[in-house]
Design a protein. Structure first.
Length: 222
């Protein structure tokens, strides 16, 4: 049970498929394999790297400074996790009608989409029903060491019932359409709020975007 509760708490978006709000919806996810981001959460840092893009599915791996794989996510256009691997090797998958999400694209203020699915713990053979709702709240500008970035702000609400108890969480996602990445995320659950943000981005062929990295001790789970 602890494992599936952890999956619910970690069910969040870190990398999003590129989709400009003023452009046609791409037929496949346009995230770039090899893109890396350093994420800061309190005083800790971890590295997120896009390792595979197949049609609308984007796989991202999260490592510490020693290159140790912490966990991974495969996401539909980066917007909703489809499956993942947790610390210790536990695996999960979300079973739902993915085509329902297409109504949200291209991202524009006021657009909303809802879905229902079942979150399964592969090893334990258990699962619970999950309801999700996404809404595009508008645009905002964030400052990075490399300059200002315009982002789309997306609210992601999700709710599920496990052993008769309702679990709910909300993420506010600050998404950069050009870089196909979430640059900041605010997470609210059980009356508590935490957040993380990208402090540098390294895209293939554009290494000058990455400032000098400072090694930190410890790791952090998102």
């Amino acid at each position: 049970m602890q494992s599936i509760l952890k999956v619910f708490a970690l069910l969040s978006v870190l990398l999003l498929a590129a989709c400009s709000p003023n452009a046609q919806v791409p037929t496949s996810a346009s995230a770039i394999v090899g893109t890396k981001a350093i994420i800061k959460y309190h005083r800790e840092e971890l590295i997120a790297e896009v390792t595979e893009v197949v049609d609308k599915l984007v796989t991202t791996e999260f490592t510490n400074w020693d290159g140790e794989l912490l966990f991974s996510r495969t996401e539909y256009r980066g917007l909703v996790p489809i499956s993942g691997m947790e610390p210790g090797g536990g695996q999960w998958e979300l079973d739902f009608d993915e085509t329902a999400l297409e109504a949200l694209f291209p991202l524009q203020k006021g657009k909303t989409v809802s879905f229902q699915g079942n979150l399964k713990n592969i090893e334990q053979g258990t699962g619970y029903d999950l309801w999700g709702r996404l809404e595009v709240l508008g645009e905002k500008t964030l400052d990075l060491p490399g300059g200002k970035r315009k982002v789309m702000v997306v609210e992601f609400n999700r709710q599920g019932k496990l052993d008769g108890e309702t679990k709910a969480a909300t993420d506010i996602i600050y998404y950069d359409p050009q870089y196909s990445m979430t640059l900041k995320k605010v997470m609210r659950e059980r009356g508590e709020q935490t957040y993380w943000r990208v402090i540098s981005i390294d895209r293939p062929g554009n290494v000058s975007n990455t400032p000098t990295r400072q090694r930190r001790s410890g790791t952090v789970m998102i």
